[in-house]
Design a protein around this ligand. Sequence first.
Ligand SMILES: C[S@@+](CC[C@H](N)C(=O)[O-])C[C@H]1O[C@@H](n2cnc3c(N)ncnc32)[C@H](O)[C@@H]1O
Length: 317
Amino acid sequence: MREGRASRTAEHNALFRALESSLPESRRLFDDPLARAFLAWPLSLAARLGGAPGFRDFVPWFIDHRWPGVRTSVVARTRLIDDVIADSLHEQIEQFVILGAGFDSRAYRLPGLRSIPVFEVDHPDTQAVKRRALERVLPVSPEQVRFVASDFTRRDLESSMAAAGFRDSAHTFILWEGVTNYLTEDAVDTTLRWCSRASAGSLLLFTYVHTDILTRPDAFVGTKRLFAVLEKVGERFSFGIDPSQLGEFLSRRGLTLVSDLGAAEYRERYFHEAARRMQGHEFYRVVLARVGPSAIPRSSSSLSAMSGGRKVPPEPL
Ligand SMILES: C[S@@+](CC[C@H](N)C(=O)[O-])C[C@H]1O[C@@H](n2cnc3c(N)ncnc32)[C@H](O)[C@@H]1O
């Protein structure tokens, strides 16, 4: 990230969500009415164009043509994560944490998150921009949302979360979307170890990139242009995981793998036939894990939105 300014990749995601929200109800995967409020020029212009009837399909088409797979992957995973959260609420989640929240608006748009504390944790530079935008568009700030400004490289998550009222003993859902790939291995490790201190059975959903994108970028569609943009905005990919090592990676940190899905899988789930024509970003993965040595939930819960991924069968008690 560039010192003193909000994450640009967070803004890209907000643009993709704003464009999706401009589609007619019958065609869109979700409605994120706040997404547009987080955009600065020139992305605000792209969102406005995408909202005009003649350009609704052109703007997404242009983005997909220039940077294959990025937008469709973000849109499908946004819906996937919304669905996992909806599933998870059946198991009485008591608090929700969004690490590296960026311009995620789930605290304001998902009804299930209105009655529990939601901790929005982010780099101070991004969070300041988000809070200013929220002040402009939300007449009343929701009481349940607590903002925690924290830099994952500073190892201060434990103290800042405790100060914000995070309860170690509460059944928790921790979401860490779109962040690990921009961090150092040490920052990912420290943060996951903090997650693993949540109460046993708590849920952690995070995204990561296949480590091959770091070592063999040319093997993937569209990487050259993608990397050029990331370089320009100062947010390079710096961390990845080999999916075949994921279970072991998590268990060393006190976490148990529940399911792991790649972009081709979650795109197919939501875009159906059209997903066959969507290439690029297949290295971007969504993983669901539980805190503790077993994947058994504390009450019966199916979390069916993540089914179909590489699943680890629950261990017997
Ligand atoms: C691609 S955005 C993802 C935002 C959001 N979770 C989403 O999916 O749209 C990356 C986020 O990670 C945050 N981030 C990057 N490096 C960070 C760090 N060292 N400490 C805290 N947050 C960081 C940025 O501020 C930004 O909000």
